[in-house]
Ligand binder design. Structure first.
Ligand SMILES: O=P(O)(O)OC[C@@]1(O)O[C@H](CO)[C@@H](O)[C@@H]1O
Ligand SMILES: [Mn+2]
Length: 457
């Protein structure tokens, strides 16, 4: 039973460091508390409004049956909002989706845990409760066909793509001009371009619709013009180590058969996804990689996270754009997918509540898949929270310690800080930031490029 396995998870790290408590809304004043109290209800209200606004369309498409299904879905989401706001106990899932049992086993694990109280919104771990909310939104639709495939966040995601057009055009134009010369680049030039595109993908993570509570949050300005001024805001910059892994692998290639695989665990669709696709294209064009594996979400998640539908829509939208550079990128990227040098996965694990250190136990197939990678990029804040277990680590605990054995391959987090958790800082660095900017961990103004190479084969 998963519950028994989870119960065996050590409470100290391999280095004997006590594993701290999880972030939780039980800590009033924490970002978790503010999120559960204010932000999640806002996101839920927007989701209900979106379903409401589509009533007409549903009637045209599905007649009265569709309208009745919508009304039932709305009432389930409204009930969910009430449970959240009144700190009701967590309920098991009833929609019979393939992951429902794993969710319910996780709930049993919490119920059997040391806390005497029933798992609930303002008492249980923040990571669990926030993930659970998005899975309950899916349940409210799944239980009411033909709503099953309706994405309550689709409008916001597509809108975010369109309002980022100028920025997308700017980075596509830059990339294509650079790509035309790439075959003549020396390693120093390749390195400069890698560092630049990694930073574009890093700051692309600010375009996230969960932190904005579902409000518009796209990239309007050309991101290339602000990179230099943003460098001091990168609190941990391990990009040199990442570069070393890439260039050493390229230099030590013994034969054409040696295949370098890079994985990108995606985050938000829209502008951030385009920055990830440009980075992926560069890694292939530079010869630093031979194949890129993308990992997206299997259901609509944290408002703007990328699903397969979003990924495919973005490629189509790029190809159909009436701007040449966008369209040329879209055509190249569609070709990469068709030729199998870009591969898309959406394992159910990414939309479970688990910390990544549980992956070998809970999703051994995915862990084994990631062990085939030569380097894994994890985009964004939620992935960082899961990498580090969303726990109350002190700032100076090492990234490796916080990973608690999650080491499938060399890995790098590209994350703008939007939750009150950060490890791997220098002594005094966190305190200094807190003194100068009370919101340094939640505003998205700061970022990290954090690398771990202590993978275990
Ligand atoms: O993973 P992302 O898109 O970078 O950020 C997700 C996020 O907006 O949602 C949570 C707060 O609601 C935090 O993890 C973070 O602020
Ligand atoms: Mn996200």
């Amino acid at each position: 039973m998963l519950r028994d396995k989870m119960a065996e998870m050590p409470t100290t790290t391999a280095l004997g460091v006590e594993v701290p408590d999880s972030l939780s809304a039980k800590y009033t004043g924490s970002f978790a508390y503010f999120t559960v109290k204010d932000r999640l209800p806002q996101i839920l209200t927007k989701a209900v409004d979106t379903v409401h606004r589509n009533m007409e369309t549903f009637f045209e498409k599905y007649g009265q049956e569709g309208v009745e299904a919508e009304k039932r879905a709305i009432s389930l989401m409204s009930k969910l909002r009430n449970e959240l706001q009144t700190d009701k106990p967590v309920l098991p899932l009833t929609d019979g989706l393939p992951d429902a049992d794993q969710w319910n086993e996780y709930l049993e694990h919490l119920q059997a845990g040391p806390d005497t109280e029933e798992p609930s919104w303002f008492k249980s771990p923040w990571l669990y409760m926030e993930c659970y909310m998005y899975r309950r939104i899916q349940e409210s639709l799944q239980l009411n066909p033909p709503m099953c495939d309706f994405d309550v966040f689709n409008e916001a995601k597509t809108q975010s793509f369109f309002t980022s057009q100028q920025a997308i055009i700017a980075i596509c134009t830059y990339f294509l001009e650079m790509k035309n010369k790439i075959k003549c680049f020396k390693d120093t030039q390749l390195k400069a371009e890698f560092l630049l595109l990694a930073q574009v993908a890093l700051w692309g993570n600010r375009c996230d619709l969960s932190i904005s509570g579902g409000r518009e949050n796209s990239q309007k300005l050309n991101p290339l013009t602000s990179l230099e001024s943003l460098k001091p805001s990168i609190l941990v910059d391990d990009s040199e180590f990442v570069w070393e892994v890439l260039i050493n692998r390229k230099k030590n290639k013994t034969s054409e058969t040696t295949c370098t695989r890079i994985d990108i665990v995606l985050d938000n669709s829209g502008f951030e996804l385009v920055t990830d696709l440009i980075l992926a294209d560069f890694l292939l064009a530079s010869g630093l990689a031979d194949v890129i594996h993308f990992h997206g979400k299997s259901i609509p998640w944290f408002v703007s996270d990328t699903t397969k539908k979003d990924f495919d829509w973005t490629l189509k939208q790029m190809q159909a754009a009436n701007h040449m550079q966008m369209s040329r990128c879209g055509v190249m990227w569609e070709k990469n997918m068709n030729q199998g040098v870009w591969i898309y996965h959406d394992h159910l694990f990414w939309t479970l509540p688990h910390e990544f250190c549980d992956m070998p136990l809970v999703a051994h197939d995915l862990y084994a898949e990631l062990q085939k990678s030569n380097l894994i990029f994890f985009k964004g804040d939620l992935n960082y929270r899961k990498l580090t277990g969303d726990r109350k680590w002190s700032y100076t605990v090492s990234f490796d310690t916080a990973l608690r054995g999650f080491q499938p391959a060399p890995l790098c987090s590209l994350r703008t800080l939007k939750a009150d958790i950060q490890v791997g800082l220098k002594p005094g660095q966190g305190e200094q930031l807190a003194a100068s900017d009370a919101e340094w961990m939640i505003s998205g103004r700061f970022a990290i490029i954090q690398f771990s190479n202590s993978y275990q084969t």
